[in-house]
Design a protein around this ligand. Structure first.
Ligand code: PMP
Length: 392
């Protein structure tokens, strides 16, 4: 092996392996779907975010192809230079309509949105208040903004109230996941909105795991709770329930105007390719025309919740198709994932730093493409695997 300034990486990888924290890719041999091919075997896929089962839908694939044929394979430039294609505007109008907001702005991914939007809203003299379980991209965006980052205990309104009351910051921005990505529970949004009103703070809600899943029209948690008008910045992703790729922020027109000039992850990057936008437009049409998908998913979520609760897992607060099967140490989570794999289920062990130390888990995700029989078979396999696990 070559020797040189990268030699330190060998030791680092070894340390990650020893601690059960080394990550590895698992190439799929098939398209995304409720059953996928992994390592030459067909496995029930319980670890995608394709909640409505749209990523492999022929209508989205056809729309992606049509958009590429009509508007090109790539967008060619950033939106502000020569990359502002007609399909971007059409998609932004559709996303604004979904959220009943005056405007929306596309970002290239949820990561881009959370990494860049906070810095357009707050800076050195300001403060961001974030739930300790908010997604990593929110933490990164907060750090990039240079505002003080103040974390509050998960869902703890009393602590948030105290922190807001004590803050002397010029501007205050509260950022929360709508549905928490590794726990499937919802933020106490009504209480958070009220605190924001009381303290004149801006409210930024990351609906990544809620769009397409929650709310009468699938607009997310704020819609489900009738709080859309109280949210200043509605951020959503397009690569999960909507089956394609990208993200957006919906809100007032002046917010969009500011982001156009100030959001570095919008300004300094090539615009989304037409295919991704075409697929999303088709997904939004499916969302509108086939509410039964969300109903089917809701029934599966209820079935899984009951099954896991009966086995003693803490899933009572789960509102979305994400179930934390918390097992403790990394080794137990890895062993459980391996046991399930042997029994035909593709589930990933989620370990620190994605989740807090000591809460390594299986993150079990359902899609509208699954059937009740697959939920039941999974629960049966889980029983066998848990019986064979070493004690916590
Ligand atoms: N926010 C949350 C809550 C997420 O879970 C994720 C992705 N896991 C993102 C943002 C990032 O979105 P994207 O995958 O579109 O970059």
């Amino acid at each position: 092996m070559a020797r040189g300034p990268l030699d330190w990486i060998d030791g680092e990888l070894q340390r990650l392996s020893t601690r059960g924290l080394r990550r590895a890719l698992e190439p799929l041999g098939s398209a995304q779907g409720p059953v996928v091919e992994v390592g030459g075997r067909r496995l029930v896929n319980l670890c995608s975010n394709d909640y409505l089962g749209l990523a492999g839908d022929p209508r989205l694939r056809a729309a992606a192809a049509a958009a590429a044929l009509a508007e090109g394979a790539g967008s060619g430039a950033s939106r502000l230079v020569a990359g502002d294609l007609a399909i971007h505007g059409r998609l932004e109008a559709a996303l604004a309509a979904l959220h009943r907001a005056p405007a929306a702005l596309l970002l290239n991914s949820g990561y881009h949105a959370n990494a860049g939007v906070p810095a357009a809203l707050v800076g050195r003299d300001d403060a961001i208040f974030a739930d300790v379980l908010d997604h990593a991209s929110i933490v990164d965006g907060a750090l990039l903004s240079r505002a003080a980052l103040v974390r509050y205990r998960h869902g703890d309104l009393d602590e948030l109230a105290d922190l807001l009351a004590a803050s002397r910051a010029r501007r205050r921005l509260v950022i929360t996941d709508a549905v928490f990505s590794m726990d499937g529970d919802a933020a106490p949004l009504a209480g958070i909105a009220e605190l924001c009103d009381r303290h004149g703070a801006m409210l930024y809600v990351d609906e990544a795991h809620a769009v397409g899943v929650l709310g009468p029209t699938g607009a997310g948690l704020a819609e489900a709770l009738g709080l859309e008008a109280r949210v200043d910045v509605s951020m959503g992703t397009l690569g999960k329930a909507l089956g394609s790729f990208g993200a957006y922020v919906a809100g007032e027109a002046r917010l969009r105007d500011l982001l156009l000039s100030r959001c570095r992850t919008f300004v300094f990057t090539t615009a989304l390719p037409p295919a991704a936008c075409g697929a999303t437009l088709a997904a939004l049409e499916v969302l509108r025309a086939e509410p039964e998908r969300r109903a089917r998913l809701g029934a599966l979520v209820a079935r899984m919740r009951a099954g896991l609760a009966a086995r003693g897992f803490d899933v009572a607060r789960v509102v979305a198709p994400i179930f934390p099967v918390v097992l403790g140490g990394e080794a137990r989570a890895l062993a459980a994932a391996a046991g399930l794999r042997e029994r035909g289920f593709f589930v990933r062990a989620i370990r620190p730093p994605t989740v807090p130390a000591g809460t390594s888990r299986l993150r079990v995700a359902l899609t509208a493409g699954h059937g009740p029989d697959q939920v039941d078979a999974f629960l049966g396999a889980l029983d066998e695997v848990l019986a064979a696990l070493p004690p916590a």
